[in-house]
Design a protein around this ligand. Structure first.
Ligand code: MTE
Length: 364
C-alpha cells in the first residue's frame, strides 16, 4: 500500500514538479502553481507555499549556506584528508551517507576543465536530483546505497549498422579516462563544480556506427521499481528518458561519465553510467543509462513530456530565457551565500555554433 505523504514544495522544487503546476493551474482554476492550497495527485498530497512564505533556508538547505564556517572547515578537512592520504568519506560524520568507491587510476587532465573551486564531495553526493529514488534531495544517498550496478548491460540500437548489447565494463575501456571539472547548473537555480571522470560521448558514438539518417540520440535509464522506490510513484513517466541532437552529442564537451572525484560514481550520482552535458540544465544529464538509441526524429524527453511549456528539448542554460515562473538570470553555487549571474551556455561558449540561426527563445 502506498501511504499518502504530505510535504511542502518550495518554489524551486516546483520546477521539478511540473505536474503540480499543471494541476494547480488547471484543476484548481488558478493562473499560477505557487499559491494553491493543496493538490491531490494520486495518493500524493503536496502543499505549495506562496513565494513570500518560503524561507530561503528551504530553497538552499541551511547547512549549505547559513554556516559557511562548516563549509570552510569541510574544505580544510578535505585538504587534510588529501595530505594524509585518507579518503574524505572516512572523515565525514556518520549521518552523511557515502559509500566506498573504487579509485580510477591513470586519469588524463582535460583542457575543458574549469579552475573554479570544486564543490565539496559531501555536498555533491548528498544533495541530488534522482527521482527514481526520491523527490527529496537528501534521500537518494541513503536510498541508493544498495543499488546494484553489476552486472550492467547497455543496449545500443536504432539507426546503427548493428545492434549491440555491451557490458558497461567494455564501454569503460573504449577510451582513456579523463578528469573533466565542469560547472553543473540545475534549472532550479543552484549550481556545483564537479570533477567528473569519463571521456567524450563521441568515442562511444563512433563505435556505435550510426547510419547516415540518424539525427538524434536517445538515452533511456533503468526501470526497476523494486530497487528504485521513487518509480513506485507516478511523479514522472518512467523510465526517465533524455535526448540530444547527434551533433550536440558529438561535441567533445558532452561527457560519457562513470566517475567523480577520481573514483567510480556513487549510486546517487548516476552509477554506473551517465552523461554530463555541461552547457545544458542538469536534467539533460541522464543517470543510470541502459539504452542508447539512434533515431531520425527528436526524442521526447521525460520533463518535456510532463510539462512541454516549461521544459524544452534543448534546455541550454540561458539567462535570457526565463522559465515560465522563474528567472534564470542568477544561480546559487552550493556553499555560497550570494547569487552569481548565470552565463549563456553555462559559460561554454564553444557550443554556440551548434545553435547558429536558431531562435533559442522558441527552442528553449
Ligand atoms: N537522471 C535520472 N535517471 N533521474 C533523475 O531524476 N535528475 C536530473 C539529472 N539526471 C535525474 C537524472 C537532474 S534534474 C539533475 S539537476 C541532475 O541529474 C542532478 O545530478 P546530481 O544529483 O549528480 O547532481
Amino acid at each position: 500500500m502506498i501511504v499518502p505523504q504530505l510535504f511542502w514544495v518550495s518554489e524551486p522544487a516546483m520546477q521539478l514538479f511540473p505536474l503540480a503546476g499543471v494541476l494547480s493551474s488547471t484543476a484548481l482554476g488558478q493562473s499560477s502553481g505557487v499559491d494553491c492550497p493543496y493538490i491531490v495527485q494520486g495518493t500524493v498530497f503536496m502543499l505549495i507555499k506562496k513565494a513570500a512564505d518560503i524561507a530561503s533556508s528551504e530553497i538552499t538547505p541551511k547547512s549549505l549556506y547559513l554556516n559557511r564556517r562548516t563549509f570552510l572547515a569541510g574544505t580544510a578537512l578535505a585538504g587534510a584528508a588529501a595530505l594524509a592520504g585518507v579518503g574524505l568519506r572516512n572523515l565525514l560524520s556518520p549521518a552523511t551517507a557515502v559509500e566506498a568507491k573504487a579509485a580510477i587510476n591513470g586519469l588524463q587532465k582535460s583542457s575543458f576543465s574549469t579552475s573554479e573551486k570544486v564543490t565539496p564531495y559531501k555536498d555533491v553526493t548528498n544533495y541530488n536530483n534522482y527521482y527514481e529514488f526520491s523527490t527529496d534531495k537528501y534521500e537518494p544517498a541513503g536510498l541508493a546505497k544498495d543499488f546494484k550496478t553489476t552486472p550492467w548491460k547497455v543496449t545500443i540500437d536504432g539507426l546503427v549498422s548493428e545492434k549491440q548489447v555491451l557490458d558497461v565494463d567494455a564501454i569503460l575501456k573504449m577510451a582513456a579516462p579523463e578528469e573533466r571539472i565542469y560547472r553543473h547548473r540545475c534549472v532550479e537555480g543552484w549550481s556545483i563544480v564537479v570533477p567528473w571522470v569519463g571521456f567524450s560521448l563521441s568515442e562511444l558514438i563512433k563505435r556505435a556506427q550510426p547510419l547516415g539518417k540518424a539525427k538524434f540520440v536517445e538515452f533511456t535509464t533503468l526501470y526497476d521499481p523494486k530497487q528504485m522506490p521513487g518509480q513506485r510513484v507516478p511523479v514522472l513517466e518512467w523510465p526517465y528518458v533524455e535526448g540530444l541532437r547527434l551533433d550536440e552529442a558529438m561535441h567533445p564537451l558532452a561527457l560519457l561519465c562513470f566517475g567523480m572525484y577520481r573514483e567510480t560514481l556513487p549510486n546517487q550520482d548516476g552509477a554506473p553510467l551517465r552523461i554530463v552535458v555541461p552547457w545544458k540544465y542538469g536534467f539533460k544529464s541522464a543517470k543510470a543509462i541502459v539504452r542508447i538509441r539512434f533515431t531520425d526524429s527528436q526524442p521526447v524527453n521525460t520533463w518535456n513530456k510532463s510539462a512541454p511549456n516549461e521544459y524544452g528539448f534543448y534546455s541550454n542554460v540561458n539567462p535570457n530565457v526565463d522559465h515560465p515562473r522563474w528567472s534564470q538570470g542568477k544561480e546559487r553555487r552550493l556553499g555560497e551565500f550570494t547569487k552569481r549571474p548565470t552565463l549563456m551556455f553555462n559559460g561554454y561558449d564553444q557550443v554556440a555554433s551548434l545553435y547558429s540561426g536558431m531562435d533559442l527563445k522558441k527552442n528553449f
